[in-house]
Design a protein around this ligand. Structure first.
Ligand SMILES: *[C@@H]1O[C@H](CO)[C@@H](O)[C@H](O)[C@H]1NC(C)=O
Ligand SMILES: *[C@@H]1O[C@H](CO)[C@@H](O)[C@H](O)[C@H]1NC(C)=O
Ligand SMILES: *[C@@H]1O[C@H](CO)[C@@H](O)[C@H](O)[C@H]1NC(C)=O
Ligand SMILES: *[C@@H]1O[C@H](CO)[C@@H](O)[C@H](O)[C@H]1NC(C)=O
Ligand SMILES: *[C@@H]1O[C@H](CO)[C@@H](O)[C@H](O)[C@H]1NC(C)=O
Length: 396
């Protein structure tokens, strides 16, 4: 190589290094196609997605990851932080599909951990859960299945306009997070699909779910221990198992659920409406300061339920040997709740004999059962007040 060529090579290398360094500093837009993603829905693109993430995560300036309108096959991917910036947007115009073999995912499909300031806009996640549901329906030797989208130990998260289809297990899980805003989501799976909860929140503070539509085979939203300052507003749910706080009290030591607001929610053809459930066993957990307001129910089997002896199918439950739930339930308000129950018991408060529920308020509640009288059942309730017109009235 003569000296002019080597000078040229050096100059080129210098140019390349400085320009890639400035790209890193300035953030910018990273298209997954430039990192080798294959828009055919058949070729594993997880390495390309991860490489795109690593580049965005190294940037000290805000960045955007772009997924164009095609199908991308994505086996298990974990996007981990911390990153050098707190503003990464992921704009998805395409569809991410899970592998057809349900055994390869484990318990997480698309998973974020330790990230701050990640926003996802748009996108369709197709979990292809049908194979696993069928397996679970006919055999005991099936894997648990994967959550389609999970955030753990993360904060300042936005998920907007995302569609999640046919998850194997839960669609979305928020675990150990602060400030998460989910808006304009569409979540859909068969009403017969097992454990396909729409959104599960636990150990998290400041989660908001807005303008979202959920049809699925299990809870629309399930709220686990350690959830505080949760707001659910303008949500359509059903079919599914409704909005559930719990199951609480699985552990002896458990953080409580506090300050939950559920407003302007419509439940249609769901198994439950507004439910709080705990296992019948000792625990220091609690659920308090909860407001349910402006709720419309249509053909809901159990519109309003507190079940502190929760034990589905009456088998293998923690504490089943005739123990009382340690979970303390207090300060609940049900206000402006209307609609139809599919069973005669429209309101059921079955509280703990050790810690009766306290401070339950009902205001303007009207639930009917096929134009006949609906019933309310109360056990271990200490202090219930009704105002406005409340129906059913039987134990109030
Ligand atoms: C990201 O936010 C955390 C606090 O939430 C802060 O400590 C950190 O310095 C921020 N990082 C950047 C790169 O802005
Ligand atoms: C499970 O089996 C039952 C009874 O055979 C059937 O009605 C249901 O549709 C099946 N569910 C799934 C998800 O295959
Ligand atoms: C309750 O949660 C909301 C967010 O849903 C928050 O704005 C409000 O400050 C919280 N209230 C208390 C008393 O912490
Ligand atoms: C109630 O929610 C529905 C959608 O679920 C929405 O169309 C409507 O505007 C909401 N009403 C209010 C007062 O926010
Ligand atoms: C009861 O809960 C409501 C929220 O539903 C809250 O605003 C109020 O402060 C709570 N009351 C007490 C006495 O803690």
């Amino acid at each position: 190589m003569d000296s002019s060529t080597s000078y040229f090579v050096l100059a080129f290398a210098f140019f390349f290094l400085t320009s890639s360094a400035s790209l890193t500093a300035s953030g910018g837009k990273h298209n997954v196609l430039d990192y080798g993603a294959k828009p055919d829905g058949r070729t594993d693109s997880s390495k390309a997605f991860l490489a795109t993430w690593e580049q965005a995560c190294r940037s000290t300036k805000p960045t955007t990851i772009y997924v164009p309108p095609s199908k991308f096959l994505l086996p298990k991917v974990a996007f981990r932080g911390p990153c050098k910036n707190n503003a990464t947007s992921i704009r998805i115009d395409g569809t991410l599909v899970a592998p057809s073999d349900y055994r390869v995912l484990g318990e997480q499909w698309i998973f974020f951990e330790n990230v701050n300031g990640v926003s996802i806009f748009g996108g369709i996640l197709d979990g292809r859960g049908i194979g696993l549901w069928t397996c679970k329906n006919s055999s005991k030797n099936c894997p648990t299945g994967a959550t389609s989208l999970g955030f753990t130990k993360s904060k300042n998260i936005v998920i907007m306009g995302l569609t999640s289809l046919n998850s194997q297990m839960f669609h979305i899980v928020i675990n150990g997070c602060q400030k998460v805003r989910m808006q304009g989501l569409r979540i859909s799976a068969s009403y017969r699909s097992p454990n396909t909860d729409g959104i599960h929140v636990q150990l998290s503070d400041g989660v908001t779910i807005l303008n979202t539509k959920i049809k699925t085979g299990d809870d629309c939203v399930s709220i686990g221990a350690g959830t505080t300052d949760l707001r659910i507003e303008n949500v359509l749910c059903g079919p599914g198992h409704g909005i559930s706080i719990g199951s609480l009290g699985k552990d002896l030591e458990e953080p409580g659920v506090q300050n939950v607001t559920v407003k302007n929610v419509t439940l249609t053809d769901s198994q439950n409406g507004l439910r709080i459930k705990s296992w019948g066993r000792p625990s220091n957990g609690f659920a308090k300061d909860i407001l349910f307001q402006h709720v419309v129910m249509t053909n809901v089997q159990n519109p309003i339920v507190i079940d502190q002896n929760y034990c589905p199918d009456n088998k293998d439950c923690p504490g089943q040997v005739e123990q009382a739930s340690g979970i303390k339930i207090s300060n609940l308000t049900y206000k402006d709740i209307h609609g139809t129950s599919a069973t005669q018991v429209a309101v059921k408060f079955d509280c703990s004999k050790k810690h009766p529920c306290t401070g339950i308020r009902l205001e303007d509640v009207k639930l009917t059962y096929r134009n006949r009288l609906a019933y309310a059942l109360c056990r271990n309730v200490d202090g219930i007040t009704a105002s406005g017109s409340v129906q059913p009235q039987s134990c109030l």
